[in-house]
Design a protein around this ligand. Structure first.
Ligand code: IPM
Ligand code: MG
Length: 376
């Protein structure tokens, strides 16, 4: 791969986005130094920052940059308290995030949840339910289901002389849509503990019946992966009761949205969890990807050097792995994060005052320590 092909659009967004992005870029510079690589990182505004800079949550120039790039490293968007009069279609969640997912066909969302042993205290479950530490991968379908199905509208209806509103969302999946996300999940499971739990609501939904049927048929191509099916309500319960039973969870869009947050809670802090959203392979063989922390903009702590940059930094690691195929460099980031956690540095979200071997630090200090540890 030529050096010039590592084109990254860095869209920091709102809230804590800019400060955690700064640390992620610091880590990329350390990776360049250690591995003799060179990233062309270009930054552009998105979210409320986009609305402020160019009147749109996804400014044309930002979208154009994304089209020219191999990967998008995304911060976070959305500030609930800002201008409630802006219509929902123009607000960052729909106008930037959902739009980017649709435009780039980012159908495969990978959300790994890991609870390192040193942070066992930040898991809300009792220690005996945590086993030897938790390690779950949620694979969420990201461009179908109720999020995008048509019709989607709110209308006024009159029945028996009464007038009221009716809101309609439509859940739609086709066989090919289920097949392609199932392949992603089975392939991920092959590289892990070879166990796949497919989530549906086949006892109620047509979509659930089709989901189960298609996943079962795809599973014939992966005989070494053990497949089981679970209703979504039971899965929500099992995640709390016995999370160690799960390796890879395969979910449609909405169930994946909900279960991935629930799974994330097990890791104690959203500040530790990266994610990848992948599309089809591009002509040059690279998989275009969108990489973002699991957490949001956290406006209450923004600009105070309190945010945990690790989710953003681990998003860089996922980008190196999935878009650029730089597995060794990705592993170097994961290991550096592990070493810094072991050394006791903690941002507030993962700090435990009873752990006397640890020290509470800010965003910049922990980011710098991770970058240093990569160079060393
Ligand atoms: C997520 C978020 C988004 C979603 C929102 C912000 C639109 O919750 O990425 O999980 O529902 O997909
Ligand atoms: Mg969500």
């Amino acid at each position: 791969m030529s050096l010039t092909s590592l084109k990254v659009a860095a869209l920091a967004g709102d809230g804590i986005g800019p400060e955690v992005m700064r640390e992620a870029i610091r880590v990329m510079r350390a990776i360049e130094a250690r591995f003799g690589l060179s990233f062309a990182v270009e930054q552009a505004p998105v979210g409320w920052a986009g609305i402020d800079a160019a009147g749109k949550a996804l400014p044309d120039a930002t979208l154009e940059l994304c089209h020219r790039s191999d990967a998008i490293l995304f911060g976070s968007v959305g500030l609930p308290d800002r201008d409630p009069t802006i219509p929902k279609e123009e607000r960052p969640e729909r106008a930037a995030l959902l739009r980017l997912r649709k435009i780039f066909g980012l159908y495969a969302n990978l959300r790994p949840v890991r609870l390192p042993k040193e942070l066992a205290y930040s898991c809300p479950l009792r220690p005996e339910r945590q086993g030897d530490g938790l390690d779950i991968l949620v694979v969420r379908e990201l461009t179908g289901g109720m999020y995008f199905g048509q019709p989607k509208k709110t209308e006024e209806v009159t029945e028996n002389g009464a007038t009221f509103k009716r809101a309609i969302d439509t859940m739609v999946y086709t066989t090919p849509e289920i097949e392609r996300i199932a392949h992603v999940a089975f392939k991920a499971a092959q590289l892990r503990r070879r166990k796949l739990t497919s989530i549906d609501k086949a006892n109620v939904l047509e979509n659930g019946i089709l989901w189960r049927e298609v996943v079962t048929s795809v599973s014939k191509q992966y005989p070494e992966v053990a497949l089981d099916h679970m209703f979504v309500d039971n899965a929500a319960m099992q995640l709390m009761l016995k999370p160690t039973q799960f390796d890879v969870l395969l979910c449609e869009n909405m169930f994946g949205d909900i279960l991935s947050d629930e799974a994330a809670a097990l890791a104690g802090s959203l500040g530790m969890l990266p994610s990848a959203s992948l599309g089809a392979q591009a002509a040059g063989g690279l998989t275009f990807g969108f990489y973002e922390p699991a957490g949001g903009t956290a406006p209450d702590i923004a600009g105070k050097d309190l945010a945990n940059p690790i989710a953003q930094i681990l998003s860089v690691s996922m980008m190196l792995r999935y878009t650029f195929g730089l597995n060794e460099a990705a592993a170097a980031i994961d290991q550096a994060v592990g070493r810094v956690i072991s050394s006791g540095l903690r941002t507030g979200d993962i700090y435990n005052p009873l752990d006397t071997g640890s020290r509470k630090v800010g965003t910049t200090e922990i980011g710098t320590a991770i970058a240093q540890s990569i160079k060393a």
